[in-house]
Design a protein around this ligand. Structure first.
Ligand code: E9O
Length: 573
């Protein structure tokens, strides 16, 4: 740990003064007591030998996710910097490498809660988005600020001339699937190539490194949750009569569209059932934990969910591939949680730049996943006084709402500029400004009548308030509506009859009411329970044991009563 930022001057990118061993990927917080609440600067260092067979190739260092800011050194040279956790970055390091000795790779990672970041740090003096979730370390969001190298760090070698990127867009014509490809290369100014899929072939002719092709798949087997069929696409690059690179990608042929108040998958209305999730587990924190993910996909199937939201940040690529394979629909969200539009214009502008660059990186990474059916540009933005004690004056409130209107219009436009094939949404919170939903294709809302904001213990009134709210939203927007969060904290093993708050029975009754209200409204396009599993939060009076207990599974994935209830609703078992 480098709390005073002295490492760079002292050459820690070469050697660390008193190193300890840490696994990658993993958060550092639950491993070492002195690092538990530490979110400042820390250094990772490793020595690696590069295979001699890689000579003549370009060697790339790829970091899956470093939360939040990273600087990378190879053999003493600073090679790249990156801002934003949860998304990968890569840099070519061929020039900095040595071949017949060990190479020193160092990554400095820092996760200070700074106000200009996305998610932003809390305003000075504490206070976050939610009074009840406020605590230590201070955040603007309701989950623990886990820090570190959260995903794998890879060294890879590619040919000097290689396929750099493929963009796949699929459409359907009659029974045929149309697969449109854009292929970008590095180094191949005027090569040729081939795209192959299921015995169908198209020629690629590169101009200025780019080529396009269309493949028609007669009687295509369309990707859907019922039949998540993937085709293997293979792209070959030929340069000066020699095959120099081959890339294979599993793709799904499917379309997503919004028509009136419905979401259409392959032209058919689809309703989402599922959860908001987290990457969160004991000891590994937010570090990639494949056993947990495999278990979670098993549990999603067991409970009859067809979808989830990547609340409140992008999830690992491995996990997106699993969603493709298993037919799980994903609302793919950038880390824009905890935004307050009443903060200064300058902060808002900086956060807009961060949000847009995270959106660019996310769409570049996930554009080819059939499972991603929607991009989400923010969760629960608000317009309120920094510490929420005194309400904003009406004039300041209006200024903040206007700032939000502009902000979200701009991220919406950016999302559609980057990807014209998927709907874009914003998740709004109860009591938040409705006008921010205006540009978005789908209205996503988080609602807690019967838990937060009064009506606790009064589920009849809560259900009536929810029904009124949904009907009004439908009237004003006439677009698909998804409740992306609803739920109550249930302490595992706490029971009460009649159902009282914090009991497992109350969680079941609350979910039942919400599902019933939605079932009576054909315009409802989806219901995502908050949350899939209990998860770690900061320490504070609103979160017993530093946990949010709204999971329908416990943190170690045991079912609460609500899990059995949902399974009976969604599977009929
Ligand atoms: C975001 C999520 O990360 N939504 C929160 C979740 C929670 O459990 C949190 O974990 O607290 C709910 C926000 C609800 C605010 C409702 C305010 C209603 C006042 C009218």
């Amino acid at each position: 740990m480098d709390p005073h930022g002295q490492g760079e001057a002292q050459g820690w990118f070469q050697a660390l003064p008193s190193p300890r061993t840490i696994p990658v990927p993993c958060s550092w917080n639950d491993l070492f007591d002195d690092a538990h609440t530490y979110v400042g600067l820390a250094w990772y260092r490793i020595e690696v030998w590069v295979p001699s067979g890689w000579r003549g190739r370009r060697v790339i260092l790829r970091v899956g996710s470093a939360t939040y800011a990273a600087r990378v050194w190879v053999n003493g040279s600073l090679v790249t910097e990156h801002l934003g956790g949860n998304l990968p970055f890569a840099v070519e390091i061929t020039q900095q490498l040595a071949w017949e000795r060990a190479n020193v790779i160092a990554i400095a990672v820092e996760n200070e809660p700074k106000p200009e970041r996305v998610p932003p740090g809390p305003p000075p003096g504490g206070g976050g988005v939610l009074g009840v979730a406020a605590g230590f370390p201070g955040t603007t969001y309701d989950f623990f600020p886990y820090s570190g190298l959260h995903r794998q760090v890879w060294l890879c070698a590619v040919p000097a001339v290689h396929i750099d990127d493929i963009t796949v867009v699929t459409t359907i014509e009659g029974g045929d699937g149309i697969v449109n490809l854009k292929v970008a290369t590095v180094g191949a100014e005027a090569g040729t190539g081939k795209a192959r899929l299921d015995g169908i072939e198209a020629d690629l002719v590169f101009r200025a490194g780019m080529a396009e092709a269309t493949l028609r798949v007669p009687g295509a087997r369309l990707w859907s949750p019922q039949d998540p069929y993937l085709y293997r696409l293979t792209v070959t690059l030929t340069d000066q009569a020699r095959v120099v690179d081959i890339y294979a990608l599993d793709i799904g042929i499917r379309t997503v569209a919004v028509r009136g108040d419905q979401i259409l998958l392959n032209g058919q209305p689809i309703k989402l059932t599922g959860f908001g999730k987290h990457e969160d587990f004991a000891l590994s924190g937010r570090g990639l934990n494949l056993p947990v993910w495999i278990r979670d996909y098993e549990l999603l199937r067991w409970i009859g969910a067809n979808s989830y939201r990547t609340s409140h940040y992008p999830y690992p690529e491995e996990v997106m591939q699993l969603a493709d394979q298993r037919g799980v629909l994903v609302i793919n969200e950038i880390p824009a949680v905890g935004l307050n539009m009443a903060d200064s214009q300058q902060l808002t502008e900086q956060r807009l730049m961060q949000s847009q660059s995270q959106l660019r990186e996310l769409i570049a990474r996930d554009k080819n996943h059939p499972s991603t059916i929607m991009w989400c540009v923010a969760n629960e933005p608000v317009a309120r006084a920094p510490n929420d004690e005194v309400p904003l004056s009406p004039a300041l409130k209006q200024t903040a709402i206007d700032a939000g209107t502009q902000f979200f219009r701009r991220v919406y436009d950016e999302a559609h500029r980057l990807d014209g094939t998927r709907p874009v949404t914003l998740v709004g919170v109860g009591g938040g400004p409705r006008e921010w939903h205006k540009p978005f294709d789908v209205i996503c809302i988080n609602r807690y009548y019967g838990w937060y904001g009064g009506l606790g213990g009064r589920l009849d009134q809560a259900a009536a308030a929810l029904a009124r709210d949904l009907d009004e939203l439908h009237q004003s927007f006439a677009r698909p509506i998804i409740i992306t969060e609803f739920g109550t904290d249930a302490l595992p093993g706490t029971h009460s009859l009649p159902p009282e708050m914090w009991s497992e029975e109350y969680q079941v009754e609350f979910l039942r009411r919400y599902l019933d209200v939605a079932a009576q409204r054909p315009f409802m396009a989806g219901m995502h329970v908050w949350a899939f599993a209990d998860f770690r939060t900061v320490q504070g009076v609103g979160r017993a044991g530093s946990m949010n207990y709204k999971g329908v599974f416990t943190r170690d994935r045991r079912p609460k009563m609500a899990a059995l209830f949902l399974r009976s609703r969604w599977v009929g078992a």
